[in-house]
Write a protein that binds this ligand. Structure first.
Ligand code: FPP
Length: 248
């Protein structure tokens, strides 16, 4: 039986996040330059987006470029930005044909203008699509997002628009880039690294974590399905005991 047939459609996570890792190592294993790994990673992105939409996942968030990635060699940053621009440009039509909305989280204003322009255009062109939302985390880090949220909340307090005692978890949630998006139920990280790397720290409080040894460019539909099946076989207790979950 192929993995997809083992998936229970009534127990799907609404939101899946992915830390796509291992492009560089994949390229090195093949004696190629790192960009070869990133370019091959686009195939894995396409396969994953297709499978997520096919299954009925509502939100898929991909960690494509972190705030820390700005520390990489300039040549790799530039090539990655070009790859993003060209991929978004090429794939907008396919996103529309498949009723997929593109969205982005992160410090978008810090991206090169060509990237910003392409991204904003694709977001605009796909804004009415309803099947799935593909969220690209670009120049994103959770600490950046939380710091920015705290600044905005503090400004509102100083302008007396908000009382400190009225700040709730919901207030913080509403000031994050992911406001309006449900927390991910499943977070996948490829390449055998067991780290969160500053990704959606607030949002993953109750998220199931799934780590695979596969390097990102090797990640295929079947691997995505395996992660979903693994998720479906877990018991999510949210602090309760097993018997309470079974009787509800
Ligand atoms: C991590 O591998 C990957 C990235 C930092 C970039 C991810 C980008 C893509 C897959 C291409 C474009 C994506 C989209 C959404 C169009 P790494 O370089 O950290 O690998 P390493 O840990 O083996 O060095």
């Amino acid at each position: 039986m192929i993995a997809k047939d083992k998936i229970q459609s009534d127990k799907l996570p609404k939101h899946v996040g992915i830390i796509m890792d291992g492009n560089g190592r994949w390229a090195k294993q093949k004696g190629k330059i790192r960009m070869f790994g990133h370019r091959s990673g686009v195939i894995a992105v396409k396969e994953t987006v297709e499978m997520a939409a096919e299954l009925g996942i509502q939100y898929l968030t991909l960690y494509a470029f972190s705030t820390e990635n700005w520390k990489r060699p300039k040549i790799e940053i530039n090539a990655l930005m070009e790859l993003l621009v060209s991929t978004i440009h090429k794939e907008t039509k396919t996103l529309n044909e498949n009723n997929i909305r593109l969205s982005a989280i992160g410090d978008i204003e810090s991206l090169p203008s060509s990237c910003r322009r392409e991204l904003k255009e694709a977001i605009e062109l796909t804004k009415n699509n309803t099947r799935m939302t593909l969220v690209l985390a670009l120049s994103y880090s959770s600490r950046w997002e939380l710091t920015r949220a705290m600044q905005t909340i503090a400004e509102k307090v100083s302008r007396k628009e908000l009382k400190p005692e009225d700040i709730s978890e919901e207030t913080i949630q509403n000031h994050l880039n992911t406001s309006g998006i449900p927390d991910p139920e499943l977070l996948i990280r490829t390449s055998g690294e067991h780290r969160i790397s500053n990704f959606l720290l607030w949002q993953i409080a109750y998220t199931e974590l799934y780590f695979t040894e596969k390097l990102w460019p090797d990640f295929r539909k079947e691997d995505f399905c395996e992660a979903i099946i693994n998720f479906q076989n877990r018991e999510r207790r949210f602090g309760k005991i097993s018997e309470q979950i079974k009787s509800s």
